[in-house]
Design a protein around this ligand. Sequence first.
Ligand code: GCU
Length: 712
Amino acid sequence: PTPDRAVARHPAWLPPEAFGPLGIRSALVCGTGPLVDTVVEELTRAGTRYGGRVHRHARAGAVELVLALTGADPLPPVAARLAGEVAGTLGAEGFLLDRSGHVPVLLADTPAGLLYGLFHLVRLGGSAFDLHPVERHRPALDRRMLDHWDNVDVHPVMGQVERGYAGGSIFWRDGAARNEPDRIREYGRLLAACGVNAITVNNVNVHATEARLLTDRLGDVAAIADLLRPYAVRVHLSVTFAAPVVLGGLPTADPLDDRVRAWWATATRQVYDRIPDFGGYVVKADSEGQPGPFTYGRDHADGANLLAGALAPFGGVVHWRAFVYNHRQDWRDRTTDRARAAYDHFAPLDGRFRDNVIVQVKHGPIDFQAREPVSPVLAAMPATRLAVEVQVTQEYTGQQRHVCYLGPWWSELLGFTPWGPQGRTVADIAAGAGRTGTGAGGGRTGTGAGAGRTDTGAAGGRTLPGGGLVGVANVGADPFWTGHPLAQANLYAFGRLGWDPRLDPRAVLDEWIGLTFPPSTTGDPALVRRTLHEIMDDSWRTYERYTAPLGVGFMVNPRDHYGPGVDGYEYSPWGTYHFADRDGVGVDRTRATGTGFTGQYPCPWAERYESVEQCPDELLLFFHHVPYDHVLRSGSTVIQHIYDTHFAGVEQVKTMRQRWQRLAGLVDAAVHARVSGLLEEQLRCAREWRDQINTYFFRKSGVPDTHSRPIH
Ligand code: GCU
């Protein structure tokens, strides 16, 4: 391994200036424990730079800020009474901030709460010292995890990081641990500052070397865990279901075989011997060629429960992915619908998973397309802990060469109400919250499996904790962490929305701008802020406009998934079709005439999606095959909508580029140069998308653009 080298890394949302308002004050920190030490270290570092001091004794003289554990003894008079009142009510990660007196007091029951509170103060900046009523904060979702699809060995096709667009892995290089502790520590800081509390360190596709992280390469994982522990980030491992065979030399990995059970028990105990706070396993089984329980005639519950049994004595969990479908299907067979697969495999298993199994569900039924409906699995398993999985890495949203702020999308997803406006949200499901609404679902109206189902909440009156929010990480060895400097905002927003799904994504972006481009470092803070909002707020919809239309998805180049490839997957075994012909386009997923997928939703969505009139425009082609002259709810025809959005999307990218030019000289030169270069590529690629999509549909349909714009 090469030793740590001094790489100039961009500080992302934690530049030293962000600590200025804290660094000039004298602060008192009460409490003990490793995470309290982290808080002290952070404040000391800020104080060293800005002249403030950190005190550790309750009787220290004049202090301007107090951060204290409610159980610390002694506490200063300014904190003691309130601490007595609130002790035990703040939660495992929560905190309270009292700015009603002359000294702000931050209280937490746990050291983790104190750490999150510190970063809350950083976000508040100078206003942390303004008068304000008491606020309490605690995360809505307990589990906020990033999955790194990092390989230890460079994979011949996927490289060091599968679907990674930010250079190599921060953990691994050419088969070995990268051994750059500073970088991993800085990463941990960034994660804590946005609220992420868990990661996996290797790809869900577990190849030969990576399998060994569980056994003889465990030391590498333990080293990462040691570096992240001071920031309250727990480490998980992706494991191969075939581990007992490939690592243990057993003849079988059958989940019901005692030898297999014993093997997992021993392997897992050894993991906890090295990493006592190890989080657990992540498993992609019987999916895209990965091994799984099907080989032995068992199902996913058998498989997941096997690993859960091994983890249970240590408090670990298994994240079992629901991304299971037939990737060797025949495009001629119109009855097989990939969108149905996760529900068909998993919904019947509801209630069979052990309590420390989390079924990890991709947010949409297909595969992280720029627009998909919410996965019906999320509404179909009331007796199972469910996690929602999103892609922070921009595999299908511009690969960190395009500006595409994903906060608004995740916010829509987390706020989606599968049972209608009065019912629970996706965030509630991921939080494991009981029924908060009445559930708007009505009686039985559909013929599909789920149609008409009402929200039953947790089965049997049991309240299970939630599975949380999981994101595929977008971080790599790139000095900007995320390749595109503005893609840092996605990582930040992921953590913040996991903490509080109700946050306005524009407000989250605003926080990110304020931290990343501190006013003191930019020539014109107001212009910088405004311009970044103008460029980023709507950038996901801009991306949607110039790529695949109306939710049809997957018009990308096969393999690298970048740029237009309208028919790239049309005759492939992957099950991702658009069925465009001379008359129309889209996938008929209705119960009446199509694959029946709409029946997997509860009311009212089963009905809305089934109806070509009521289906939201942005998902029309996901659910229906319609003629080109079909009139959308917007009033435009499908074909004219395709032309209009594609022309508009490119113009919007041109405007982004112009706006970014205004910031030359006002923001860090390296950031400016990197983004400028990438905007050129975004514009080139958007034009390519526009021209291929428009030309394709013009040739298929023969319908001219009503505005006679150039179509080739
Ligand atoms: C996508 C992606 C794969 C990945 C898979 C998954 O299909 O292209 O690289 O392995 O998702 O989520 O497992």
